[in-house]
Each structure stands twice: as structure tokens, then as C-alpha cells.
Write a protein that binds this ligand. Structure first.
Ligand SMILES: Cc1cc2nc3c(=O)[nH]c(=O)nc-3n(C[C@H](O)[C@H](O)[C@H](O)COP(=O)(O)OP(=O)(O)OC[C@H]3O[C@@H](n4cnc5c(N)ncnc54)[C@H](O)[C@@H]3O)c2cc1C
Length: 404
């Protein structure tokens, strides 16, 4: 390929595709290519998640997560309507199942209000009107929440990129980066693709891709993969759940907790839990990568994180290894669920950035290094927020392009 691109984006997940789409919207005629190692788009986080359009309830007021989730929810719904992508506004119920959770439920409500999320506090009877089978002592009803077929959204974005003259090159794993005068050579599939600006949206491999850049000797985070496993409820149990039911989140964890989701196809999935994955694309315990595990263990933050989360982590691991214990956890929200009511429901692996001190990076993280823009943390609600994140990253890439 002898063409010189203005911008090459690595990764055809929702963030990479949205960035490419946004670049071509902002500057029609720009030479843009997306390089993806898999045979299709959205093969990792963007295609293995809960499929929920989040309202912005949980996140620190003023954070990119809070603003982009709210903006993204509306933008995705509009884009989905225009491109025949299945989506729905369902609302969701966040339930306190014992009095000890009420304080946290109220704190969550305050956060939601601070983020401008319309919500209603429900007492036990009102909560039972919404979800009769859930033993809530109180709940929050969050109307502005929905579902989206995220793989179809990724397909539609890819099609828009192609229509606008961009390229989406699957089966193009990026294996190295070389700086050349005026830009970079991106090494893939035995050839070099030359670009003025590089955008790294490689998700689970984003830190590794950033470190391929010759003059980048350090980035402030490493990606630590956390698997989220799902189970599907058998039909007679699924009938007991009307919509989306979430627990009050545990402040010790950055994840939302095992929830019940009646999807667009009407199946009810429970999950995801959060267990350390032994490979970046470790969708099950048997998938172990020595390289990924050693890379994690060489990062000081991982040891600190492991010490800090030992108790919670072991509980999550034991529920992952025992369907009976997983069912017991689900039973706190849906009493009577037993192991035989659960079928395997797939898994996703979260790309969670961890800093040197062992802190899980809370907000989206985008860094510029020379001619490159690196997206180093785009976990949930990254699918909901993909359009505003893409607009943000695209603006940064254009600023780099214009400055060259
Ligand atoms: C279990 C789980 C549940 C979630 N639930 C929700 C939810 O309900 N709602 C929500 O809004 N968000 C949710 N999320 C978060 C959401 O899925 C992510 O924020 C979003 O998909 C991130 O998109 P991405 O493009 O950054 O990453 P990805 O989709 O992972 O895309 C990265 C791409 O880069 C490619 N790549 C990597 N390395 C290379 C390389 N060297 N060369 C070429 N290509 C490369 C990969 O193959 C991949 O296609 C969830 C995530 C998980 C894991």
C-alpha cells in the first residue's frame, strides 16, 4: 500500500469506528483507514457487553464519563434510528434489597441528580409495581436508560466510514510503529502503512500499542483485563423479570454489579461478575497467556490492586468457579433462582486501566504523544458514549494534523 493516509486508526471497536466516522464528518475527503486485527468489527468489548445504553447515573459529576454517557445515549439513539439499528428505551430499576443499602442508594440518587439524570425514588410497594418478583425495600427508577444492538451499531458506523471514502481493513494486526519525517509507518501484515497522524483505539491492547511508538518509553497506566461472565435464565425464571434490574453498586468496585437484563431478543441475562482474566482476550479460565500475565505482574499497580481487592476478588472468583454460588448471588435479587436455572451466557473482557499506585483509572483517558493520540481507558459506559468519545478523539487528531 503506497498511499499516505492523513489518519490511521487502530481498532475497529465502537470507539475506533466512531473516531473514523467523526473525522470524515468533520473533514470530508480526509484519507482515513481503520486497521483491525480480527476478521470483522466489534469482536471484543464492543461485541461482548450488556448492551445497555447508560444514563450517566453512576459517574463523578463533571467527569467525561458522566457527560459523554448522557450525550452518547441521545446521540446513539438518533444514529440508530437513522441507520435501522435496533434499540429501545426501557428505563431501569436500581434496587436496595436490604435496609443496609439505603444510604448508598440515596448517595447514588444524589449523584444522579448532580449529573442531571431524571430519576424517581420508589418505596417497596412502588418498586414491586415495576418488578413484582424483586424483593426491593426501596429503589430508583431511571427512565432514561435503554438497550442497543451494539454490534449492529458498529456495522453501521463501519458502513458510514466506507461510504465517506474511508477504509476499514480487517485482518490487519498492527505489530509495530516507526516514526518517519512527517508522521509514522504502521507495520501490519508484512507491510508499512504511512500516516500523518495515528489514533490508537486498541482497547485491551491500547497500552501495548502505545509502547510500540519508538519515542514512548512509558505510559502512566497498564490495561488489566477483568472478565465479566454472564448466565442466561431458563424461560420459566426469565418470565419473572420484566426489564433491567441493577443492584446498588459496591463502592469498592468500579463495576456495576451482577444485574438482570431483559435484552432486545427478550432473553434475560444475569451478570457480569468481575474476575481477573489470565489473558487479555481470556473469555474463559482455560485461556491463559503467559505474556499478558507476566506483563500485568510486572506493573507495580497490579500488586497494590491485588492486595486492596483481595477479599472482594476472592468472592468473585469463587462465584465464577461455582454456578451454585453464582446462583446464590443472583438469588439476592431474584429469590428462588438455583444453579439449574442458569445456562452459560457468554463473557466479555473489560480493558481497565490501572495506574502505578494500583488505582483503577475512573474516567476515560486519552493522551497525545507526538503524532499519535492514544485512547488508554474507555471502559463502560464506553459503548453508550462511543459517539462523543469519537468526536473528542477526532478533534484531538485533527489538531495534531493541523499543527504538522
Ligand atoms: C462485560 C462488559 C460489559 C459492558 N457493558 C456495557 C454496557 O452495557 N454499556 C456500555 O455502554 N458499555 C459497556 N461496556 C463497555 C464497552 O463495551 C466498551 O467501553 C467499548 O466497547 C469500548 O470500545 P473500544 O472500541 O474502545 O474497544 P474494543 O471494542 O475492545 O475494540 C478494540 C479493537 O482493537 C482491536 N485491536 C487490538 N489490538 C490491535 C492491534 N494490534 N492491531 C489491530 N487491531 C487491534 C481489537 O481486535 C478490537 O476490535 C461493557 C464492557 C464489557 C467488557
Amino acid at each position: 500500500m503506497s498511499q499516505l493516509f492523513d489518519v490511521v486508526v487502530i481498532g475497529a471497536g465502537l470507539v475506533g469506528l466512531s473516531t473514523a466516522h467523526s473525522l470524515l464528518q468533520a473533514r470530508p475527503g480526509l484519507a482515513v483507514a481503520v486497521l483491525e486485527k480480527e476478521a470483522g468489527v466489534a469482536r471484543h468489548q464492543s461485541g461482548h457487553n450488556s448492551g445497555v445504553l447508560h444514563s450517566g447515573l453512576y459517574y463523578r459529576p463533571g467527569s467525561a464519563k458522566a457527560t459523554y454517557a448522557a450525550r452518547g445515549l441521545a446521540a446513539v439513539a438518533e444514529f440508530a434510528d437513522a441507520h435501522a439499528v435496533a434499540h429501545a428505551t426501557t428505563g431501569k430499576l436500581v434496587v436496595a434489597t436490604d435496609a443496609g443499602q439505603l444510604q448508598r442508594l440515596d448517595a447514588l440518587a444524589e449523584r444522579g441528580v448532580a449529573n442531571g439524570v431524571p430519576l424517581r425514588r420508589l418505596d417497596a410497594a412502588q418498586a414491586r409495581d415495576v418488578e413484582p418478583e424483586i424483593p426491593a425495600v426501596a429503589a430508583l427508577w431511571v427512565e432514561r436508560t435503554g438497550l442497543c444492538d451494539f454490534p449492529a451499531l458498529a456495522d453501521a458506523l463501519a458502513l458510514e466510514v466506507l461510504r465517506a471514502g474511508g477504509q476499514v481493513l480487517t485482518r490487519h494486526p498492527v505489530t509495530g510503529l516507526r516514526e518517519v519525517p512527517g508522521g509514522m509507518d504502521v507495520l501490519t501484515d508484512g507491510m508499512a502503512v504511512r500516516t500523518r497522524v495515528l489514533v490508537n483505539c486498541a482497547g485491551l491492547f491500547s497500552d501495548r500499542v502505545a509502547l510500540m511508538q519508538p519515542d514512548v518509553t512509558e505510559v502512566p497506566v497498564r490495561i488489566v483485563p477483568f472478565r465479566g461472565e454472564y448466565a442466561e435464565l431458563v424461560a420459566e425464571q426469565a418470565e419473572r423479570v420484566r426489564g433491567l434490574v441493577y443492584p446498588v453498586p459496591d463502592p469498592a468496585l468500579p463495576f456495576l454489579g451482577v444485574h438482570l437484563t431483559r435484552g432486545l431478543d427478550a432473553t434475560v441475562r444475569v451478570g457480569p461478575n468481575a474476575v481477573p482474566a489470565l489473558a487479555r482476550e481470556g473469555y474463559r479460565w482455560g485461556r491463559v497467556s503467559a505474556r499478558d500475565t507476566v506483563a500485568s505482574l510486572r506493573w507495580p499497580g497490579v500488586w497494590r490492586l491485588a492486595r486492596g481487592m483481595a477479599g472482594t476478588g476472592l468472592g468473585e472468583i469463587s462465584r465464577s468457579l461455582s454456578r451454585r454460588r453464582f446462583a446464590a448471588e443472583v438469588g439476592r435479587m431474584l429469590p428462588g433462582v438455583r444453579a439449574e436455572h442458569l445456562r452459560p451466557g457468554g463473557a466479555g473482557v473489560r480493558a481497565q486501566a490501572v495506574d502505578r499506585t494500583g488505582a483503577l483509572v475512573e474516567d476515560f483517558l486519552v493522551l497525545r504523544r507526538g503524532p499519535a493520540v492514544h485512547v488508554l481507558n474507555a471502559p463502560s459506559p464506553g459503548a453508550t458514549a462511543c459517539l462523543p468519545i469519537g468526536a473528542d478523539v477526532s478533534a484531538r487528531a485533527l489538531a495534531v494534523l493541523d499543527a504538522r
